[in-house]
Design a binder for this molecule. Structure first.
Ligand code: SAM
Length: 275
């Protein structure tokens, strides 16, 4: 056993007792799999925890379902990043969804997820899922007016994911959405990654007319407090639309109908002031 520390900022670290199971140096990043008594298997990319067996549902349910529920009838969904498969799995819970495309830059992440995280990656080979190994920004160049919902499930805005937090990229996302299209992005911790958060929301607001920020709890992410940003031109994402469809979603452990209907009510004042 070792004590693994993720250095979340220059001054703060999260330390977890762990056994190191696997280390791979891919073309893009260092991929580490840990086995831990508290969180089960943990996926780490370049020193940053991406997902854990124990708390992944908190993140994936909150990232995916609000955007899909707010769309009148989501059929085509794109996940950018998200090679662990958790967002794909959640998107496929929506009966109207016909296809989910996953655009992940690093195929090694997918191999690792399939080998070590079967409960997260179990829908990556679903007949409705199609995987593209490509940079998300380049991928969107060829997909105009195509998706109903685009989910940005990226790693932090450093290295390969930096491009996914810029205005030009959000413009491409907008161009790839069909009428009534909705984007949702993980936008980092408003508490410990204030600069990343503020910048991402600012850039999204330059591109989309309707933007809403909500927060949730993810114990292994910086400060345990995470933000998600919804954006659309035609849909008022601030409204609790289509809540009656909530009952069609199976096996949820974090999101409730109440949380969905009041999604923005728990956004703290200091976070609102930053947006
Ligand atoms: N939710 C997680 C978090 O916030 O810690 C992110 C999970 S997911 C594993 C992030 C994925 O985004 C990684 O597998 C990474 O390879 C992928 N990624 C990074 N930059 C990318 C890009 N430009 N295009 C597509 N995928 C990218």
């Amino acid at each position: 056993m070792i004590w693994f520390t993720e250095y979340q900022t220059e001054n703060v670290g999260l330390t977890i007792k762990a056994t190191q199971v696997k280390t791979i140096k891919s073309k893009y990043q260092e991929i580490v799999v840990l086995d831990t008594p508290e969180f089960g298997k943990v996926l780490v990319l370049d020193g940053a925890i991406q997902t854990t067996e124990r708390d992944e549902f908190m993140y994936h349910e909150m990232l995916v379902h609000p955007a899909l529920l707010k769309h009148p009838e989501p059929k085509r969904v794109l996940v950018i990043g998200g090679g662990d498969g958790g967002s794909v799995r959640e998107a496929l819970k929506h009966p109207s969804v016909e296809e989910v495309h996953l655009c992940e830059i690093d195929e090694e992440v997918i191999f690792v997820a399939e080998k070590y995280f079967p409960t997260i990656s179990n829908k990556l080979r679903d007949p409705k899922t199609k995987i593209f190994i490509e940079d998300g920004s380049q991928f969107l160049e060829e997909k105009k007016d195509f998706y109903d919902v685009i989910i940005l499930d990226s790693s932090d805005p450093v290295g390969p994911a930096e491009i996914l937090f810029k205005e030009e990229f959000y413009k491409k996302v907008k161009g790839s959405l069909r009428e009534n299209g909705i984007m949702v992005a993980q936008t980092e911790s408003p508490f410990l990654q204030k600069d990343y958060f503020e910048k991402a929301v600012k850039e999204i607001k330059k591109v989309f007319k309707n933007v809403g920020v909500y927060t949730g709890f993810v114990p292994t992410y910086p400060a345990g407090m995470w933000s998600y940003t919804l954006a659309s031109d035609n849909i008022n994402v601030l409204e609790p639309l289509n809540a009656e469809r909530f009952s069609s979603l199976k096996d949820l452990k974090y999101l409730t109908k109440d949380i969905y209907e009041n999604l923005f009510s728990l956004t703290p004042q200091f976070v609102r002031e930053m947006t």
